[in-house]
Design a protein. Sequence first.
Length: 88
Amino acid sequence: LKPNIITYNALISACEKGAQWEKALQLFDELQERGLEPTLITYSALISSCEKGGQWAKALELFEELQRRGLEPDVITYSAVISACEAG
């Protein structure tokens, strides 16, 4: 079985809950190397993971990236970004 975007989203979310922001970023790179397109769920989980790891600048960078990709942030994404700003 090959992992799909849902699998990666679940893994990144697990990294968020386990305070493993570096692993979450590795998974993000890996999914793109496999030709998968990150979704808003991917970015929201990744931003939250960075926020929980104290990586507020990276969280903001990811927020800008998702917008460049044409994704529309939702309340979950905005909440994660606001939390990252509070931490920074």
